[in-house]
Design a binder for this molecule. Sequence first.
Ligand code: FAD
Length: 389
Amino acid sequence: MDIELEPADLAFQEEVQNFLNDNAYKPGDDFNAWRMAWFATAKDKGGWDIPKWPTEFGGPGWSPTQHYIWEKATAVANTPWDMPFGLSMLAPILMGYGTEEQQQRFLPDIRARKVNWCQGYSEPGAGSDLANLKTKAELSEDGSHYVVNGTKIWTTMAHIADWIFCLTRTDDSGKKQQGITFLLFPMKQDGIEVKPIITLGGAHSVNMVHFTDVNVPVENRIGEEGKGWTYAKGLLQHERTGLAGISRSIVALEDLKAQATTVKRGNGTLMDDPAYRAKIAELEVDLMAVEFTELRSLASASTGAGPGPESSILKLKGTEIQQRIQKLTVEAGGIYSAAWGATTPGHKFARGGMSGYLASRSFTIYGGASEVQKDVIAKNVLEIKRSSS
Ligand SMILES: Cc1cc2nc3c(=O)[nH]c(=O)nc-3n(C[C@H](O)[C@H](O)[C@H](O)COP(=O)(O)OP(=O)(O)OC[C@H]3O[C@@H](n4cnc5c(N)ncnc54)[C@H](O)[C@@H]3O)c2cc1C
């Protein structure tokens, strides 16, 4: 897709490209040292380390077009990737609902990538129906702290996290969306047990987390007691927008096309195969449509509006596209995709194909399952009323 860029945007595009070229990873560099230096240099450029944060919190104040240019260029350049929990999910909540003291306490470390956060929302009986959560937080008699008991599940990176932002129940007498309280507390303390869950692709990224009498000072509560659902809903919209991964899909699709030209098929390559080409073309068209939707969302963000229910469209279509890319990668790798590991024979790209494909099954589950996104779109975007039957 080509959008017409104004001269000022073209100049910005060149500045971004120069920055990315000057700070690219060089083989042999210590990766972590490079990553931290990259963010420090980006910070010195005037908030390029936190492109989506508002200017009052140090962000660069870019226009939607500038964000678009940045997203595309950084996806191509394969710049250091951040876990979204602190930077993209918790930070907007702190900015919107945290006290000034909480903002000063937590935001600088999030920006410096010093503290790893995890998200304690889902529970064994509360996933899509999140408001059903039961993890209990009881206020101590002297009102100084909460005592937290319960279990969270699917908590990504809980095993390496320093802190958790957690939804807890402080009152179960009313509607289930009421009486939910948003707490922040350190993970490395007595009473917290983290158990690994190994997923289909053999990876350990998610966990079950048990809390037994964990003390959380009241000053670690975000906003009012019992109003956590309001803050959590806002956070989910930020999460969904971030999960669409459109620019990275554009790059992945180009890689896939290049890989398919290395696979022999008859007298030509897989990219000459009409059936495979048709699937690629269909994918490319859908990707373009989502890209336009993202641009519309960026345009509305430039008016100061946060991400709205259209973030569900981006999450739904963006993650489906990521899965289709993984599926076509496995298809291109053929039998060589059936195994994984550095020493397996066949096309080099096929070696990560199957684990990537299996991992991608979860993309349409986390951050709100696809069926739930469709419900949100029906209700809040298309404004379809539920039948009363
Ligand atoms: C890899 C991975 C990482 C995750 N990371 C985190 C994390 O860091 N923190 C966290 O809090 N959670 C995390 N989650 C949890 C994730 O948000 C939940 O899995 C998700 O919300 C779905 O909930 P559930 O698994 O309980 O499934 P359920 O809600 O039980 O859903 C089961 C099935 O029923 C369908 N369904 C449910 N309700 C409806 C409905 N109303 N209409 C139609 N169909 C419906 C769903 O679409 C799904 O297909 C993660 C999950 C995965 C897989």
